[in-house]
Design a protein around this ligand. Sequence first.
Ligand SMILES: C[S@@+](CC[C@H](N)C(=O)[O-])C[C@H]1O[C@@H](n2cnc3c(N)ncnc32)[C@H](O)[C@@H]1O
Length: 274
Amino acid sequence: MQDAVEKTPPTSPLASPEPWDLVADAYAAELVPQFELFATDALRIAALPAGGRVIDVATGPGTLAMLAAKTGATVSAIDFSPTMIANLNRRAVEAGTAIDARLGDGQALPFADDTYDGAFSMFGLMFFPDRAKGLQEMRRVLRPGGRAVVSSWAPFDRPFALVMESVRAMLPNLPFGEGKAPLGDPSAFADEMTAAGFREVRIESVSHSSTASSLSECWSMIQRTTAPIVLLRHKLGEQTWDKVARGVFERLQGALGEGAVTLTFNAYLGRGVK
Ligand SMILES: C[S@@+](CC[C@H](N)C(=O)[O-])C[C@H]1O[C@@H](n2cnc3c(N)ncnc32)[C@H](O)[C@@H]1O
C-alpha cells in the first residue's frame, strides 16, 4: 500500500479544468490568433481529404475545430473545461458554424470507433496524466488510414523561459521540469505515438512569433493568458500577486531591458497514421 502511494506521480495543476476555466475568456480573446498558426500547420501536415470528418481533442475555444469547419469538414470537439466549451459555442454561433462540441475527458472519448479522417490534439493531450490512453483513444476513433496530429512545446525561448522559471518555484508539479514540456523530446514523442499503434510517425518542428511593443505590455498579456500564471494569481490573491508580479517583472527587466519583446514559440507536431 505504501508502495502504491509512493509510486503515484504528483498531479500537475494543469491536469484539472480549473486553470483552463480561469484563463478561458482571455485565451479566446487574445491567444486564438497565435494558436491558429499552429492549428493551420497541423491541418497542412494531416493533408486530409476535403469534406472529411475531424475531431479536435482538448479543443479549448475551438481553435483548430473552427478552422477545420471552415474548410468544409464535419467537426466534433471535446474539452473538460466548461468555460472553454462555452467560448467555442459562442464563437461557432458568431461564425455561423456547426460543431458537435462536448464537455468531457480526452482520455475517454464519447465517440464511436473508426469514425474520423483526422484526429488532432493541439497543446492539450500533452497535459493528460495518461497520454498513452489519450493517444489510444484518438487512434480508436480514427478510421483505418486516418491521420492524427498532436502538438507539444519545444524548449521555450529566453523571455518566456524566464517567466516559467520564476513561476515554477511557486507552483510545484508544473509539467515543465527543467524547461522541458511533456512530449518535448522528439524521439520520445515519436516512440509514444508508435507505442499507441500509429504508423509512419513523423515529428515536425514549427515556430511562430509575436512582438509586444514593450516589456510591460508583454508581461500584462502573459499574466492574463497563461494558464499556470492565472492559476497562481488566483491562488495567491491580488495583493500577494502584485508583489510576486513586481518581482518577476524586475527579473525580466534586468535580463531583457524595457524595449519591444518578441516571443517565439517553437512546437513539435507529431503525425501518425492508423
Ligand atoms: C493550451 S490549451 C489548447 C487549446 C486548443 N487546443 C488550442 O490549440 O488553442 C489546452 C486545453 O486542453 C484542455 N485539456 C487539458 N486536459 C484535458 C483533458 N484531460 N480532457 C479534455 N481537455 C483537456 C484544457 O481545458 C485546455 O482547453
